[in-house]
Design a protein around this ligand. Structure first.
Ligand SMILES: Cc1ncc(COP(=O)(O)O)c(C=O)c1O
Length: 396
């Protein structure tokens, strides 16, 4: 595709996202904008369920088929087989499944990074308290512009380290961690019992190209409502077949088990469905499937990632031209997250002023900065308007 066909094509594609019509949206890392196809599918599905049930043989069979279609759609986005995908509600639930599913022994150690989300840190801290597990933190924030994050992890491994919890794409600085190298480090450290890795994939699923089946990762927890632009309330957890053997379900229900002809439990589902529990808001599954189809109709995940990087480079470059604005990353971003500081400004006030003018961004506390997220369908006009408005607000 030439640049002008890409632009025309993107312009048309953007029209499918109603939230983009009257504002400038830069909060994809918080929540994605749903395409109309997803909104329609959710509404139509709720209606259909009322027409055909709500509880009926027909609806129950639809639920089974839709759940499978949604697992397959997610799997196609993350390079995995549908059997490895557990449907969850969000990233945090997906992280909690392995975190509580491991049979912790007193003296085991969990290695976190200094860039993790508060909800995940809190879960790890509670596990540490209940099971007398040690917690350590690898300081990788400082490797954004220099140094090697793999070396930092290497320095922090100990023989009792059982699990590393890290984000593939850091939510504050936009740094992409070299996951394949970190996996290799853990395998080499103890080849008899490799240290397991749980990935918080809140920012990477739907933005980075992924081949989870080939990567050799244990647990990869994500959500549909951020970069995949699905409804809030549906997420997924990839569990490798080997890692599945190492954890037990904590919450258990009829979706986790097999049953005999009389309805008695006979065992666990022989796949990642073992960690699904019970009744859910099924129409949202249809919504996420439709959102993924909308992205795939525009391009495959690699094309979309390339466009995300093209956009983030454009924004990063424009911001770098403003004297008082400093991007945290001193070289072009490898993701759609562009975080920056403004000399002498209160970032919270700037974000409030931006929102009053229709630009949606967010602040982060650690490090204190403003984060702009660009998706593959973010337009150059949106980015130009953001930069000129920021310029006006900060030089006025
Ligand atoms: C890195 C990271 N982890 C976890 C979360 C929490 O996500 P969820 O509400 O889907 O559990 C977020 C949300 O912004 C995030 O950015």
């Amino acid at each position: 595709m030439t640049q002008s066909t890409t632009a025309a094509n993107l312009d048309l594609h953007r029209q499918q996202f109603p939230a983009l019509a009257h504002k400038y949206y830069f909060n994809f890392g918080g929540q994605g904008t749903m395409p109309q196809t997803a909104l329609d599918r959710i509404f139509e599905t709720y209606q259909l369920i009322q027409q055909q049930g709500p509880f009926s043989v027909q609806v129950n069979s639809w639920i089974g088929e839709q759940s499978q279609k949604t697992r397959a759609a997610i799997a196609s986005e993350v390079g995995a087989t549908p059997e490895t995908i557990t449907l969850t509600e969000n990233v945090t639930q997906g992280c909690n499944i392995p975190l509580w599913g491991i049979s912790w022994q007193k003296g085991d150690r969990i290695l976190l990074t200094d860039c993790e989300h508060p909800g995940i840190i809190a879960t790890v801290q509670e596990i540490a308290r209940r099971f007398e597990v040690e917690v350590a933190t690898a300081p990788i924030l400082a490797t954004l512009n220099e140094g090697d994050p793999v070396a930092v992890f290497a320095e922090h491994l100990t023989p009792n380290t059982r699990l590393i919890v890290l984000s593939h794409l850091l939510w504050n600085t936009g740094q992409v961690l070299p996951l394949a190298d970190i996996i290799k480090l853990c395998q080499d450290y103890n080849s008899h019992k490799p240290i397991q890795i749980l990935v918080d994939a809140a920012q990477s699923a739907g933005s980075l190209p992924l081949d989870l089946d080939d990567l050799g990762i244990d647990f990869y927890a994500f959500t549909g409502h951020k970069w995949l632009c699905g409804p809030a309330g549906v997420g997924g957890l990839y569990i490798s077949p080997q890692a599945r053997e190492t954890i037990d379900p904590t919450f258990i229900g009829w979706r986790s088990i097999t049953m005999d002809a009389t309805g008695n439990p006979t065992g666990w589902k022989p796949n990642s469905q073992q960690f699904e529990v019970a009744t859910s808001a099924y129409p949202l599954y249809a919504g996420l499937e439709a959102a993924i189809a909308t992205h795939q109709a525009w391009g495959n995940v690699r094309d979309r990632y390339q466009q995300i990087c093209q956009n983030s480079y454009y924004l990063w470059n424009s911001l770098m031209e403003c004297d008082r604005i400093h991007c945290l990353k001193d070289s072009p971003p490898h993701s759609g997250l562009v975080s920056f500081t403004i000399d002498g400004a209160d970032h919270k006030t700037i974000v409030q002023k931006l929102e009053a003018e229709g630009f949606l961004l967010r602040t982060l506390l650690h490090p204190d900065c403003i984060r702009a997220c660009v998706h593959y369908f973010t337009s150059p006009e949106e980015m130009d308007s953001l930069v000129s408005t920021l310029y006006r607000l900060t030089t006025g």
